[in-house]
Each structure stands twice: as structure tokens, then as C-alpha cells.
Design a protein around this ligand. Structure first.
Ligand SMILES: [Zn+2]
Length: 191
């Protein structure tokens, strides 16, 4: 298990830079960027990530801790981040919020009571292949534990597909076009 050095420094550019330099001197196999994604404006997150990634060697993996919304991930990849972790896909899944190719679906809403369509028509996951929105809504409303599991399963599938698309686009050299397109389409951060 490789040991990552965690770079701190809140939202102070000079502290981020200094911490990055000193952590890099210790020569870790990879570097984590900590203390961000805790509610600060995304412009500030991006500024700090840019500062740190200017110091961390390009060949070492960079991991942005707690980075979770699809838009945040796409922006961070554009700034050179490789790894992510976040509770969002499962935490939101447990409360009935699905990440879909058409945006957020709050499955408990009454508009889905008779909706026979899957959570996401463009998704091939187990949940979308087997269950309707109306059935998932019913599971939530009756307090069935399966409800949160099925939506979490879909969300993890959605994220894993997003990451594989990102890798493919980077490989083809078309990531920036893809990034602009996805950032126009996604609006998961808004409340
Ligand atoms: Zn699905």
C-alpha cells in the first residue's frame, strides 16, 4: 500500500505552496491534497489545486480528498488530479438522490409515482435494467433498505462510467472539449 503525503494549507496560496514543497522533499509515492472540498467556493478550490499541482512532480499521482460532485471531478482532472474519493454516490443514494445523464433525480418526488421509466434511460446498470422509478419510489416510501442500495448501486455505476469516459478522452487528447460539454450539462452542485 503506497504512502501518500497529505498537503495542507487551507486557502492560503503561500502555505499550500510551502507545504507542497516540503512534502515533495520527503519523496512520497503519491500526494494527497487535503483540507479542501469542505464548502469553500469552487474557484478557490481550483486555485489551491492549481498551486499544489504546480509543485508536485507530474509523474506522481495526485489525489484530491473528498472531491465528489461530477463537475468538481471534471474540473480537478483538468488541473491534473488523478484520484478521488467521496461519500456522495452512496450517501445521496441512501437518501434517494440519483446522479443521472440528465441531471439529478430525487426519486421520492410524487412526480415519479407512476413513472415506469428507469432512473436513467442511458444507464445499463442492474438497477436501471430491472426497476422503474415508480418501484424505487415505492421502496423508499415504505422504508425498504433495498431502496438506498439500488440507488447507490446506480450512482456508483454512473461515477465509474464517468471516470472511464474521462480516461478515454484524455487518451484521445479530447479531454478539454469533453470537459466543456459536461460542465455545461451537469448541474449537480446547485441545491
Ligand atoms: Zn443505472
Amino acid at each position: 500500500m503506497p504512502l501518500f503525503g497529505i498537503i495542507q494549507g487551507a486557502t492560503y496560496k503561500n502555505l499550500r505552496r510551502e507545504c507542497a514543497q516540503r512534502t515533495v522533499e520527503l519523496n512520497f509515492p503519491g500526494y494527497a491534497i487535503g483540507g479542501l472540498m469542505i464548502g469553500e467556493p469552487s474557484s478557490l478550490t481550483n486555485e489551491m489545486v492549481g498551486e499544489v499541482n504546480g509543485v508536485v512532480p507530474e509523474k506522481k499521482p495526485r489525489y484530491l480528498m473528498g472531491c465528489g460532485y461530477p463537475e468538481d471531478i471534471i474540473e480537478a482532472v483538468g488541473l491534473g488530479v488523478d484520484l478521488f474519493d467521496c461519500v456522495l454516490p452512496t450517501r445521496n443514494g441512501r437518501t434517494g438522490m440519483a446522479f443521472t445523464s440528465r441531471g439529478k433525480v430525487i426519486i421520492k418526488a410524487s412526480r415519479y409515482a407512476m413513472d415506469k421509466a428507469p432512473l436513467d434511460k442511458q444507464c445499463g446498470c442492474y438497477t436501471c435494467r430491472n426497476f422503474s422509478r415508480a418501484y424505487l419510489r415505492h421502496l423508499f416510501n415504505t422504508g425498504e433498505a433495498l431502496a438506498g442500495r439500488l440507488v447507490s448501486f446506480h450512482n456508483i455505476y454512473f461515477y465509474s462510467k464517468l471516470m472511464s469516459q474521462i480516461r478515454k478522452q484524455i487518451g484521445k487528447g479530447t479531454f478539454s472539449t469533453f470537459s466543456r460539454k459536461m460542465l455545461r450539462r451537469f448541474d449537480f452542485r446547485s441545491p
